[in-house]
Design a protein around this ligand. Structure first.
Ligand code: TMP
Length: 237
């Protein structure tokens, strides 16, 4: 049973589980934010899409042997996860250039990265999540050099699997952000969510943006796009 509210973020609430301090309930909100919270809106039904899409991604990754916090879906907007302490590193993997890297380094959109590029950002809203080096991660977080290598390798493994997963529904995985946490046994596992809020997904045939860029850039109806993704996933099996 869901206990008290532990933490509220921009897109999710985190609740305790009564009588079990190894698990948490993630409750997805209908809020969307962009540009570090500068742009905000509420979309009725969005929380359900993020919850159900992210659950499908984590179920797929589990089948592929990726260790994560995910346990199971509880209802339309909530899922049960293992309790983790989030490591304050936003791990971004890029297959094609889009978003901040085009602006920061003047790289043309759609430029392919071979091998895929892994970047670390310091998860700190007050600082606007700055880009950081491995040495910054060693300085600012509790990860070791070996764990940095482990995190990068896990992120690239997730990339290999998710590229196939999304290609199966005719979407190109342009880039995405992952978060890792330490579970109660101290093991580093994939945490947070993987959804069109945290990935860039382009339709393979039309190139149409099918992710939160629709909201960031004001390109159309975000709920239509998320509904389309969930429908494509549900049609697979
Ligand atoms: P960026 O191009 O803005 O750096 O974003 C790279 C990827 O990370 C993109 O798929 C969106 C995702 N992302 C998040 O999930 N949360 C964030 O706070 C940011 C900035 C990006």
């Amino acid at each position: 049973m869901k206990g008290e509210l532990l933490y509220e973020g921009k897109a999710k609430q985190v609740f305790t589980v009564v009588g079990d301090d190894t698990q948490l309930v993630l409750s997805y909100k209908n809020d969307a934010t962009a540009f570090n919270g500068e742009k905000k809106a509420t979309f009725t039904g969005k929380g359900r899409y993020n919850n159900l899409i992210s659950a499908k991604v984590f179920e797929f990754l589990h089948e592929k042997g990726v260790a994560s916090h995910f346990e199971r879906v509880l209802n339309d907007t909530e899922q049960l996860v293992q309790k983790t302490t989030i490591i304050p590193i936003e791990v971004v993997v890029r297959n094609l250039a889009a978003g901040s890297i085009t602006r920061r380094f003047g790289i043309e959109e759609k430029t392919a990265f071979t091998p895929s590029l892994v970047e670390f950002y310091y998860k700190n809203d007050a600082l606007g999540d700055p880009l950081m080096s491995d040495d910054h991660a060693l300085l600012l977080t509790d990860v070791s050099l070996e764990e940095i290598a482990e995190i990068k390798s896990a992120a690239l493994q997730v990339n290999e699997q998710l590229q196939k997963f999304f290609l199966g529904i005719n979407l190109v995985l342009v880039d995405f952000k992952l978060e890792f946490g330490r579970n109660v046994d101290g093991k580093i596992v994939l945490s947070d969510e993987v959804s069109p809020d945290t990935c860039r997904l382009w339709d393979k045939d039309t190139g149409k943006k099918m992710d939160k860029d629709v909201f960031r850039e004001g390109l159309g109806d975000l709920l239509d796009v998320y509904d389309n993704i969930l429908n494509r996933l549900e049609a697979v099996k």
